[in-house]
Design a protein around this ligand. Structure first.
Ligand SMILES: NC(=O)c1ccc[n+]([C@@H]2O[C@H](COP(=O)([O-])OP(=O)(O)OC[C@H]3O[C@@H](n4cnc5c(N)ncnc54)[C@H](O)[C@@H]3O)[C@@H](O)[C@H]2O)c1
Length: 280
């Protein structure tokens, strides 16, 4: 069911690669809610992904940009403003990649060149997007910028590797830039801390199947899906959340507030029954 929440709003959506991508679901939902937007991804992703299919569905176009490259971002933002005849209302940053994770290099063995790439792609790119938009005065007053994060920014989760550091930086950039952009232009900047989700990036995380299962069982509402996340993003792009800024907003079925659940306690007790003498 659509509510027309984004009727007349224009935006840019970064990071849709294929139908599993969270950004793909956000684009579909934003389109349903009446928004017009440009889709963007790296030239390589455009070759391997299926973004044209999404562009056709949402009656829009794709402008390539590597989000670590300021010139390419400037080109993207300028072309978007030309297309829409002025400023835009919202941006989704749905970008993440760690070469260390890809190469299977654990946190205590990582490659520092790759580490810098992780931070550049997954966090500094958010700063670059904000900086370019501010320089070009590209976002309307009360516009909204959202990036996607994960709870490993704040708590250690086995296997998340240097992406945990990137997410901490990403959330900090949202606060630091959120202050400046809010003060000067009333523009909102937030991160959404999403449940683990089976996507191309998600499937790179070590033990993702078990992580999904664990967080699903630990969350009173169960994991939030990519479609659920799209709904939350739309509310943040809408006028209904005009005073929400500089926040890391958990969208995880309650996982981040849990310590111990009944199911986990039962399983814990059971493990001592199976291995007598290991308790206490
Ligand atoms: N999947 C999960 O479990 C999960 C959970 C919480 C947060 N997130 C975050 O959600 C976001 C989207 O990831 P996803 O799970 O939809 O996976 P995905 O693989 O579909 O999306 C990641 C996107 O980042 C793009 N990208 C990589 N390098 C780029 C660059 N230099 N410039 C521009 N784009 C670039 C990729 O092409 C891809 O489209 C990421 O920030 C991810 O960390 C994912």
């Amino acid at each position: 069911m659509a509510y027309n929440l984004l009727s007349g709003k224009k935006g840019i959506i970064f990071g849709a690669l294929n139908e599993m991508s969270i950004a793909w679901k956000v684009a579909e939902k934003a389109y349903e809610e009446g928004a017009d937007f440009i889709l963007t991804n790296t030239p390589v992703a455009l070759r391997f992904g299926t973004l044209d299919k999404l562009a056709e569905k949402c009656k829009t176009e794709v402008i390539p940009a590597d989000a670590t490259d300021v010139e390419e971002l400037e080109n993207l933002v300028k072309k978007t403003m030309e297309k829409y005849g002025g400023k835009i209302d919202f941006i989704l940053h749905s970008i993440g990649m760690s070469p260390n994770v890809r190469k299977g290099l654990a946190y205590d063995r990582l490659n520092y060149g790759y580490y810098q790439s992780t931070l550049d792609i997954s966090a500094l790119s958010f700063h670059k997007v904000l900086l370019v938009c501010r320089k070009l005065d590209a976002i309307k007053d009360w516009g909204s910028v959202v990036a996607l994060s994960y709870v490993a920014s704040q708590r250690t989760l086995y296997g998340y590797n240097d992406m945990a550091d990137a997410k901490s930086l990403l959330e900090s950039i949202a606060r630091s830039f959120g202050y400046i952009y809010g003060r000067d232009k009333k523009i909102r900047v937030n991160t959404i801390s999403q449940s683990p989700t089976m996507t191309t990036a998600g499937s790179g995380v070590k033990g993702i199947d078990r992580l999904l299962d664990f967080s699903n069982r630990m969350s009173p509402l169960g994991n939030a899906t990519a479609e659920d996340c799209a709904g939350y993003c739309v509310t943040l792009f809408s006028d209904l959340t005009r005073k929400v800024t500089m926040q890391n907003l958990f969208h995880d079925g309650g996982f981040s507030s849990m310590g111990m659940s009944l199911k986990a306690m039962t399983q814990y007790d059971k493990s001592f029954r199976d291995y007598p003498g290991e308790g206490d």
